[in-house]
Design a protein around this ligand. Structure first.
Ligand code: PGA
Ligand code: ZN
Length: 424
């Protein structure tokens, strides 16, 4: 039975140069592991709280010294030298120590870093790869590798808002492996680099998740350019390579209206707009097509497009079992964007996963826009049989660390790639 011998934390920096938390967990017997956690910019209102120092003179208040002190103080005191029989025991002990409903005392960032470092140390102690350990936490074996959904173009909060929607992603469909998916994506990305240079005169400067972010004159131009890039790379749009969009519409929703273009749209008009995009472009997945609080319209969105594309909830669900239950009951979505740091522990994220699986939904395991070089997400997406993974573009090493880990898992496990899910 694992006994934590020592826990220690360090404030480190993420891909935006903002502080985050890394934790080292050493078990009795010598297994020791390090894990660090990401942070979002386009966050949902229902996310668990990250603990930040709030001292404006240092990193604009974003410092994580308090989070570090929580690990090196009360968490270490409560957990070190006690038996921790399972991940669930650890996570429950952390939740009890925190004692708040939004994890604001210890911080969701603090708690998750401990949760993942413990999982990795246990995998080491068992002598198995982390993806297998993650699968065992659910009482299963790894079955598939997640299909890639890769950021091509960025707008919204990840690119200074030159267009309101946040991401256009490519989905390699005819690729039969991670290896082939990456080479396909590279070809499309390079075609997009050439196309945006020719059309907008812009160098290949990249946004927060490594996507290209030229000054698109409109959302349609952004989607047309994506289709053109797929063609230019020699692939058939919708057959070899499809598209996914993260509309992230909570961020242009105000007073019951969507501020997408010149005139504000009602929920019904926003749905019509999404249907028009699906009619024109090979879009297979629509994330946050509606705002996180627009519960009235989500069932209509699912009814209108659920048979053609994934109706994927990010801010709507926040990986929160309570919100997911509501969405299942109201038939509001068909897929979960699983971001562990939205909820703060592996155990609660596993509960979210099990809920959506019992409803027959699909799952996209997702990174955040502020990432570290840690690659545990690739193991999680494999171990938990995520249908898709979303970690950003194929530039910037905090993104590539996950793709490179998937390549390594593919090479050692020979697992097949998950098929694109059928609509539910
Ligand atoms: P975030 O956004 O990580 O900046 O919150 C990513 C997303 O909206 O999917
Ligand atoms: Zn999103």
């Amino acid at each position: 039975m694992p006994v934590i011998e020592h826990l220690s934390a360090l404030e480190i920096l993420d891909s935006r140069g903002r502080p985050t938390v890394g934790v080292c967990c050493r078990l009795e017997g010598g297994a020791s592991a390090w894990a660090s956690v990401p942070s979002g910019a386009s966050t949902g209102k229902a996310e668990a709280m990250e603990l930040r120092d709030g001292d404006k003179s240092r990193y604009g208040g974003l410092g994580c010294k308090k989070a570090v002190a929580n690990v090196n103080g009360p968490i270490r005191q409560a957990l070190a030298r006690h038996e921790t029989p399972s991940q669930q025991h650890l996570d429950e002990a952390l939740l009890a120590l925190d004692g708040t409903s939004d994890k604001s005392r210890l911080g969701a960032n603090t708690i998750l870093a401990v949760s993942i470092a413990f999982a990795r140390a246990c995998a080491k102690a068992e002598g198995i790869p982390l993806y297998r350990h993650f699968a065992h936490l659910l009482g299963q074996s790894p079955r598939t590798l997640p299909r890639l959904t890769v950021n091509l173009f960025s707008g919204g909060k990840h690119a200074g808002g030159q267009v309101p929607i946040q991401d256009v992603l490519v989905v390699p469909l005819s690729a039969a492996s991670i290896d082939e998916s990456l080479s396909t994506t590279y070809a499309v990305y390079q075609a997009a680099v050439a196309l945006t240079a020719a059309k907008y005169g812009s160098r290949a400067l990249v946004a927060d998740e490594g996507g290209l972010a030229p000054p698109f004159p409109s959302i349609d131009a952004m989607l047309e350019d994506a289709v053109e890039s797929i063609h230019a790379a020699g692939f058939a749009p919708g057959k070899d390579v499809g598209l996914a969009v993260d509309v992230a519409s909570s961020h242009f929703y105000q007073g019951g209206r969507y501020y997408l273009g010149a005139a504000p749209l009602t929920g019904g008009e926003m749905i019509e707009q999404i249907v028009r995009w699906l009619d024109r472009y090979p879009i297979l997945s629509v994330e946050d097509g509606l705002a996180e609080d627009d519960w009235d319209h989500w069932p209509l969105l699912r009814a209108k497009v659920g048979d053609r594309a994934l109706v994927l909830g990010d801010d709507l669900l926040c990986t929160n079992p309570q919100r997911i239950r509501q969405a299942i009951e109201t038939r509001s979505a068909t897929a979960l964007l699983l971001k562990v740091n939205q909820i703060g522990t592996l155990t609660e994220a596993a509960a979210a996963l099990s809920l959506v699986r019992s409803a027959g939904w699909s799952v996209t395991v997702s990174a955040r826009s502020g990432e570290t070089e840690d690659d545990w997400l690739a193991d999680l997406a494999t171990g938990w049989s995520g249908d898709q993974i979303k970690v950003g573009s194929i530039t910037r090493s905090e993104r590539l660390s996950k793709y490179n880990r998937l390549l390594a898992i593919e090479s050692e496990s020979q697992l097949p790639l998950a098929p694109w899910p059928r609509s539910c």
